[in-house]
Design a protein around this ligand. Structure first.
Ligand SMILES: Cc1cc2nc3c(=O)[nH]c(=O)nc-3n(C[C@H](O)[C@H](O)[C@H](O)COP(=O)(O)OP(=O)(O)OC[C@H]3O[C@@H](n4cnc5c(N)ncnc54)[C@H](O)[C@@H]3O)c2cc1C
Length: 405
């Protein structure tokens, strides 16, 4: 069983694999690395809790509706792992709160629409590419099934198998069931190399841990930590807000799906005590790449925009009391090639350095599949061109995944 240590007293001086960062991506990487027998695996986390940075602020949704087939496959594999999570982590009865309540995308060409959603074409495209259970709904059918849908909605699509899961529970499960140790309150300040290869990590308290392999899974800080080994990671960071709005009982059915205004990208879902609301395009300032932040400060203009524009397609919006909210602000890590795929694999310039990051809005739902791929790439090195998620210096020739939400 894995240990989670609040003190670095027992930190080893040598280990086989160091994972930097105990977000979901780092914990999943450590779990599958240890399962694969890569030796002693240790996770080092600067904060005093598991999954406390970006992973604490997500909407905790999962869905298969992506453009890129390899993104669909990675989330599909991950959902299968979440569905059998207690067995995977060997913790009988362990519950990650998996609930398949669906994702509903709504579209209307009424004022405010910023991009044509083309839902019918999307559903047809997915059918051709093996994703056959996304239902196309005309306006009448959407309103019949979902009473909150406003008359302005013209079309919708729905996939019942999508849903929600509890990110913190997943983190706890990986850490407790895994054959690796996690040390909290331990900051890695540098990755040291010897003869061009990874040799050790240096810690903020002056200590070192020698190792031949480092996995950089430091979320928004990944490029900064990789740079200490003179390894460039072409990443961009964008601030992303979420809000939990606390509601009077009865306004929202907790069994409703994730609901997305497909023209705007604004979304909401039932959340314990109310709603989780997100909208990536809300603020122009948030579209500009920024420096890594911990914590990421919230911007009240976001709340004003969400309050105004959320009413476009959702009938009960006027009754939502935006006075009582909890901010969830974090940073998306995006690959600078803007192809909508995470960056997973060995770094081509520094032997022993591995990268698992840049999941944008997919890092909870895709973390097990991405971690399994990373471990496979460590165990079975292969030509970089065969890996669409590879670490790159100029660009990857992937078609963009436009389902950026
Ligand atoms: C508003 C919002 C909504 C979202 N909704 C969803 C959703 O519905 N579904 C979904 O799948 N994803 C969603 N996401 C995206 C998801 O949260 C991220 O993709 C995911 O959390 C990334 O996990 P991570 O482990 O890569 O990064 P993080 O969770 O940021 O973990 C990185 C860790 O590394 C640690 N660290 C950094 N530097 C160091 C260092 N030098 N030494 C030691 N430790 C270090 C940090 O403290 C942190 O704990 C959402 C994100 C936001 C902001």
């Amino acid at each position: 069983m894995g240990r989670v240590e609040l003190t670095a007293a027992e930190l080893p001086r040598y280990t086989d694999v160091v994972v930097v960062g105990a977000g979901l991506v780092g914990l999943a990487s450590a779990f599958f690395a240890a399962e694969a027998g890569l030796g002693r695996v240790v996770v080092l986390e600067r904060r005093d809790a598991l999954a406390g940075l970006t992973s604490a602020h997500s909407a905790e949704g999962f869905r298969l509706e992506w453009d890129a087939p390899e993104n669909v496959a990675m989330v599909r594999e991950s959902i299968d792992i979440f569905a059998h999570f207690a067995e995977v982590v060997r913790l009988p009865g362990f519950d990650v709160g998996l609930r398949q309540q669906g994702y509903l995308f709504l579209a209307s060409p009424t004022p405010g629409a910023t991009r044509p959603a083309r839902l019918r074409e999307r559903v047809a495209w997915w059918r051709q590419h093996g994703l056959e259970d996304v239902e196309y709904l005309d306006a009448a059918e959407a309103r019949r099934r979902f009473p909150f849908v406003r008359p302005e909605v013209e079309e919708a699509h729905f996939r019942a198998g999508d849903g929600f899961l509890a990110a913190r529970a997943v983190a706890r499960g990986f850490a407790l069931g895994g054959r690796f140790d996690t040390f909290l309150d331990v900051e890695v300040v540098a990755i040291e190399t010897r003869g061009g290869r990874v040799a050790a990590v240096a810690l903020a308290d002056g200590r070192r841990v020698e190792t031949a392999a480092v996995v950089v899974a430091a979320g928004p800080f990944s490029a900064r930590i990789a740079a200490t080994a003179r390894a460039r990671l072409p990443l961009e960071l964008r601030r992303r807000h979420g809000l939990v709005v606390f509601l009077p009982p009865g306004l929202v059915d907790p069994g409703w799906p994730m609901v997305v205004d497909a023209d705007l990208g604004l979304y909401w879902r039932p959340w314990p005590g109310g709603l989780f609301v997100g909208w990536e395009q809300a603020l122009a300032a948030d579209q500009t790449p920024g420096e890594p932040l911990d914590p990421a400060p919230a911007d009240w203009r976001y709340l004003v925009r969400v309050r105004r524009h959320g009413r476009r397609l959702t009938a009960f919006w006027e009754q939502v009391p935006f006075e009582n909210v909890l901010w969830h602000t974090g940073q998306y890590v995006a690959p600078a090639s803007a192809d909508g795929r995470p960056i997973i694999g060995p770094h081509p310039d520094v032997p022993g350095l591995y990268v698992n990051t840049a999941y944008e809005g997919r890092g909870i739902m895709a973390s097990p599949g991405g971690a399994r791929l990373l471990v496979d790439l460590i165990q079975h090195p292969r030509a970089p061109e065969t890996n669409p998620f590879r670490v790159f210096s100029v660009a990857r020739p992937n078609a963009p995944d436009r389902m950026v939400l």
